[in-house]
Design a protein around this ligand. Structure first.
Ligand SMILES: CC(C)(COP(=O)(O)OP(=O)(O)OC[C@H]1O[C@@H](n2cnc3c(N)ncnc32)[C@H](O)[C@@H]1OP(=O)(O)O)[C@@H](O)C(=O)NCCC(=O)NCCS
Length: 152
């Protein structure tokens, strides 16, 4: 099941994002402080026992731009369309908010292309995106991410 995250989910989300073996370093870790203040951005996937087995966040950037970030599905639950459903929940929320352009910075180009995102030059995105890159520990030499965009 996919649902909005709750305060009780924060430790599980933090654990997902911190465990490099779950995502091979393809998502950035986030601090508890960031997770608490951005909790309303998050959707989680939960199993039948209510355990968090995936997460994804929609971060509003500007009046017509939002970012999908912090997408992880635990390895033993991959291939069950949970990643797709988490992304679709974020896209649906973007439409509800009146935001019709969503991007992600990713090395998972095959997955996002399959979900009909298209590659875009970073320069075409809002300057705030680049400002976030400046603060990223991987910038500039250790970043292999590509901007992929969905216009809704
Ligand atoms: C990327 C990730 C979230 C995908 O989660 P998942 O639940 O296994 O993916 P899904 O089962 O929802 O896949 C959805 C669709 O994408 C397809 N797909 C999955 N990975 C793909 C890939 N690398 N290339 C092309 N298609 C892919 C699936 O076949 C499926 O197709 P369908 O819905 O038409 O049947 C998961 O592999 C993961 O957590 N990876 C590590 C962290 C990561 O890379 N996060 C992204 C950072 S931006």
């Amino acid at each position: 099941m996919i649902r909005k995250a709750r305060i009780q989910d924060v430790k599980a989300i933090h654990s997902l994002l911190m465990h490099r073996e779950e995502h091979d370093g393809l998502v950035l870790p986030r601090s508890f402080s960031q997770l608490y203040s951005h909790l309303r951005d998050f959707f989680v996937a939960v199993d039948d026992d209510g355990a968090v087995i995936g997460c994804c966040a929609l971060n509003i950037i500007w009046e017509n731009l939002a970012e999908i970030r912090s997408l992880v599905v635990v390895s033993k639950h991959r291939g069950k369309r949970l990643g797709r459903k988490l992304v679709e929940a974020c896209l649906s929320e973007a439409v509800t908010l009146g935001i019709f352009k969503v991007y992600t910075l990713t090395e998972q180009t095959g997955f996002f292309a399959h979900l009909e995102f298209v590659q875009e030059e970073m320069d075409a995105l809002n300057q705030k995106v680049f400002a976030d890159c400046l603060n990223c520990p991987r910038f500039p030499d250790h970043c292999n991410e590509v901007a992929m965009v969905m216009v809704l």
